[in-house]
Each structure stands twice: as structure tokens, then as C-alpha cells.
Design a protein around this ligand. Structure first.
Ligand code: SF4
Length: 445
């Protein structure tokens, strides 16, 4: 591609024209103003939905504000996760240390809220001044009798993806510490669904219909007791593999639990997820129930999608999302409703992910890794996209360019998983792209 930073050339390609593999997983280029988030943010988005745990951010107030209520992750019970506590470190703590303040905040909050566990997040400044967060956590754990888990997520260590790993390591210290939860006959853990807008509850319903029980959800509608019991499930079903694959591998090595990677977005991937789980248990009754479920759901969904497909035929979409699995599902789902993907990019895809993404994209689709606002704006202009699908940082880019935007990130309030989610998605894309306001808007870029 011309007109972009030369050092990033291996991270942008056009399918059908460039025959190299898109390089993923590289550290962001200094000065390129990456759309990626920090390590701390990555750890927060994974652990946030554990609703009966205390989440204390050890750092300046800005880190807490940045990740306060960061997901639309619903809870069926406690909502302690929605309060983001901070030690609010100031200049004097940078000079004299913040351990005492951390100890006071932790003990006070545990006494007041009686959580089942506490996660303590170390931010950039804590890494710089060298507070011994782990020692404070050990001390409070002994005194209060609940797990107090340090999450060593100093933002500067890497990118959001490194934060996922830190969060998985933190959860791994809890897994295997309890055996009291009742075990369903055909039990799975769901890894990497965060119950955005209640999506987990829809998935739980599908699995129940095919006779499979969920032992633990990591971490949507999460509970500390479920995490502690998660080592007893027969299978780990991993969605959003970028965030949870590390934990699945740890659990396989330590407890022998196999895992499969799935996506719940789009009808093909949703159906495939159910079939894969049914196949794992090797019971014809489960497989038959899965086939019946898919038949019933598609029987209702396909006719309902038809008007949207007709109205959206030939429209063009730009995708820029966190992980490549989500991008792959989106390309397929958009195709189903007549929309062509002209840009497909991610923050955290690796080279292998991009090979898979490339295989399903149409010729002419521009693929981009770890992009920035200037690049994305230019790509939208070049491709003439009518719609941008991304997260909170891409929304202003779309609006400044005068095109519609659909939120597919963790802040969203609309369920997009499963069969109901596919209909919601089609409706949202249709309302956004066909909104008459875009005829009146002039691009500001
Ligand atoms: S980069 Fe550092 S200072 Fe900024 S939010 Fe992340 S942890 Fe906090």
C-alpha cells in the first residue's frame, strides 16, 4: 500500500493483489498512535465480569476511570464488579511509595463489601515506583481469609493481549481450589464469553436444550466459586480465543481438560459450536438434539433476515476489532446479509489468524494489523465503505468520515451472539447503513 508508514508495510495487504502473509503479533511501532489498549486494560476486560469479586486498581485515578464499567457484562446476582475502586495514587505516593495506602484500601473495602475474592491491579506507575503488590496481597489474604490476587498488569509491559495472559494467570491461581459445586453429567466451561447484553444466558439456553451443562463461565456472569470449581469440567469451549486460549492451555496441561475453539457469532459459527460440543461427548442423542435446535432456529431466522439482506445488497463494510476470530465471524455474517467486507483488521491477530481471515475474505479486501486512526480513515476513503464495525475508539473515526458505525466491542448493550443475536445484528446494520442522516453529513476528514 502506498501512503502509509513504510515500517508497517508488512502489516497491510490487499487480498488478490499481494501474495505475502500479513504479519501479526508485532509490538506497535513507536509513534504510530496504535489503536491498541494497554496491558492493564486487557486484564480488566477479562476479569471485570467476575461479579462477586472486589476489583481494586492500584494506580492513579485515570487508570480506574479508563476501565470503569468497561463491559456491558450483565450479572444475574451481585454487581460488585460494576464499582471500580482505586487507590488514587498521587505525587507523594510516587515519592514515598503506595503500599500503605493499598493495604488500607484493601482492608477497608473487604470489610465493607465482603467479596468472595479480591483482584488488585498493578498499573504503570506501580511498576515504576516498585510497590510490592504481591506482599501486600499475601498479608491481606492471611488476615481476611479470602483469596487476594495480584494482577501484575503494568500498562507499559506490552499490549492488551499481554493483559489477557496476565488475567488468565491470575484466574489460574483460583482454579482447582474448591470441589463443592454440583457437576452436570455432560459439563463444559465456557471461556471467553463475557455475557455482554445477556449473551451467555442465550448460550446457556442452547446448551441446555442439547443436554449439556455449564459448570463455569469464565468470565461472563462470573462467580468466584465457579472459577474455583472450573477444573472439574469435561471440556473447555473457548470463544474469543485471543483472551482465553492461554488459560485453556494451562488447564489442559494441569488438569487434562481438552479444549475447542468456537465463535458464537453468525449462524454458521454458532451451529458449528453446538455440533463440535455434541461431537466431543460422542452421544447420538446430544447430536440429534443439536441438529434439531439448529433446524428450528434457522427455520425462524432465515425468513426474518431476508428483508435486511435485500435492502443491504452491495453495501460495503470496514471491520476493525480486537481479535481475528471475531473478524472472521463478522465477514461471514455480513456476507449472509448481502454486505461485502472491504477492510478487515484487528488489534491482536497473529500471522496464522490472518491466514484464516484472508482465506474467507473476497479479493480486493484490505487487511490490516494494529492500525491507527490515520490509516483507517485513509482505507475507508479508498474503499468507499458505508459502514464501520469496531469499538469505542473507532466510533469517532466513522462519524468524522460521515458513515454509519456499529459497536461490536465489549462496551455494547446489544446481544449479537447466537441466532437471536444474528437477527439483532442484521437489524442494527440495516438501521445504521440505511439511516437518511448520512445523506446530509459532510465528511470532516
Ligand atoms: S497505560 Fe498505564 S497509565 Fe495508562 S491506563 Fe494503562 S496502566 Fe494506566
Amino acid at each position: 500500500m502506498s501512503g502509509f508508514i513504510r515500517e508497517r508495510e508488512a502489516q497491510i495487504l490487499t487480498k488478490g493483489r499481494d501474495d505475502f502473509d500479513l504479519v501479526g503479533g508485532k509490538p506497535s511501532l513507536a509513534g504510530s498512535v496504535s489503536q491498541r489498549a494497554c496491558v492493564f486494560c486487557g486484564s480488566r476486560v477479562v476479569l471485570y465480569p467476575i461479579a462477586d469479586a472486589l476489583h481494586l486498581v492500584h494506580g492513579p485515578i485515570g487508570c480506574a476511570a479508563y476501565t470503569w464499567d468497561i463491559r456491558g457484562a450483565l450479572s444475574s446476582g451481585p454487581e460488585l464488579h460494576r464499582s471500580c475502586f482505586s487507590t488514587d495514587l498521587r505525587e507523594r505516593h510516587v515519592v514515598f511509595g503506595g503500599e500503605q495506602k493499598l493495604y488500607q484500601a484493601l482492608t477497608e473495602l473487604i470489610d465493607k463489601y465482603r467479596p468472595q475474592a479480591a483482584f488488585v491491579y498493578a498499573t504503570c506507575i506501580v511498576g515504576v515506583i516498585g510497590d510490592d503488590v504481591q506482599a501486600v496481597c499475601r498479608r491481606v489474604e492471611r488476615q481476611k481469609g479470602i483469596p487476594v490476587i495480584p494482577v501484575m498488569a503494568e500498562g507499559f509491559q506490552g499490549s492488551k493481549k499481554d493483559g489477557y495472559k496476565v488475567a488468565c494467570d491470575a484466574m489460574a491461581t483460583l482454579i482447582g481450589t474448591d470441589n463443592s459445586k454440583e457437576l452436570p453429567p455432560y459439563s463444559i466451561n465456557i471461556l471467553g464469553d463475557f455475557n455482554l447484553a445477556g449473551e451467555l444466558w442465550m448460550l446457556t439456553g442452547y446448551y441446555r436444550r442439547i443436554g449439556v451443562g455449564i459448570l463455569a463461565s469464565l468470565t461472563g456472569d462470573g462467580r468466584v466459586a465457579d472459577v474455583r470449581n472450573a477444573h472439574r469440567a469435561a471440556l473447555n469451549v473457548v470463544q474469543c480465543s485471543g483472551s482465553m486460549l492461554h488459560l485453556a492451555k494451562l488447564m489442559k496441561a494441569k488438569y487434562g481438560i481438552p479444549f475447542i475453539k468456537v465463535s458464537y457469532f453468525g449462524i454458521e459459527d454458532m451451529s458449528e459450536a453446538l455440533y463440535e460440543v455434541a461431537k466431543f461427548f460422542g452421544r447420538e442423542a446430544i447430536m440429534e438434539k443439536a441438529r434439531r435446535l439448529v433446524r428450528e432456529e434457522l427455520g425462524q431466522l432465515l425468513p426474518a433476515l431476508e428483508p435486511y439482506r435485500k435492502a443491504l445488497q452491495g453495501r460495503r463494510a470496514a471491520i476493525y476489532v480486537g481479535g481475528a476470530f471475531k473478524a472472521i465471524s463478522l465477514v461471514k455474517a455480513l456476507r449472509l446479509i448481502g454486505v461485502k467486507t472491504v477492510i478487515a483488521g484487528t488489534q491482536t491477530g497473529n500471522t496464522e489468524d490472518y491466514r484464516l481471515l484472508k482465506a474467507i475474505c473476497d479479493d480486493g479486501c484490505i487487511m490490516v494489523d494494529d492500525s491507527n486512526p490515520v490509516e483507517l480513515s485513509e482505507l475507508v476513503r479508498q474503499t468507499g465503505a458505508d459502514l464501520f464495525i469496531g469499538g469505542v475508539k473507532e466510533r469517532p473515526i466513522a462519524y468524522k468520515l460521515g458513515i454509519g458505525f456499529c459497536d461490536h466491542n465489549h462496551e455494547r448493550k446489544l446481544a449479537l451472539a447466537g441466532y437471536e443475536g444474528m437477527l439483532n445484528f442484521a437489524r442494527e446494520v440495516h438501521e445504521t447503513v440505511c439511516c437518511p442522516v448520512w445523506k446530509l453529513v459532510r465528511s470532516e476528514l
